[in-house]
Design a protein around this ligand. Structure first.
Ligand SMILES: [Zn+2]
Length: 117
């Protein structure tokens, strides 16, 4: 069962931005002075065509919690794609989304090998 080429591509894009954010998280952990309040500016993981390029402010501990599951991503409010994910946590700064089952295989190559929900 597929979700269509467009959404498959989008899901892969999201996985790509996750890799970028993993680097940002590493830097954030090493440079606390850079984020004294523990909030780091990550790339929005919405996976829009080529990436929306917008930033999303997420506390490092929240980011770490999102990464515990390989089918969860953080995006800017309003950047959710309801066809392939649903929101599980909302704030004014970020939304945590959980991938629907049909696209989980596309994002399951998490660099940390975390289990999906
Ligand atoms: Zn976005």
């Amino acid at each position: 069962m597929g979700v269509g080429e467009r959404f498959e591509r989008q899901a892969r894009n999201e996985a790509l931005f996750r890799e970028v954010n993993e680097r940002i998280a590493e830097i954030g952990e090493q440079a606390q002075a850079w984020s004294p309040d523990g909030i780091v500016e990550f790339m929005c993981e919405c996976g829009e065509e080529g990436g929306c390029g917008e930033r999303v402010r997420v506390p490092l501990d929240v980011y770490e919690r999102v990464r515990q599951q390989d089918d969860r991503f953080v995006v800017r409010p309003g950047h959710e794609t309801l066809e392939i994910e649903h929101a599980v946590e909302w704030t004014d700064d970020y939304v945590v989304v959980d991938k629907i089952a049909a696209v989980e295989p596309l994002v399951a190559d998490d660099p940390r090998g975390a289990p999906s929900s």
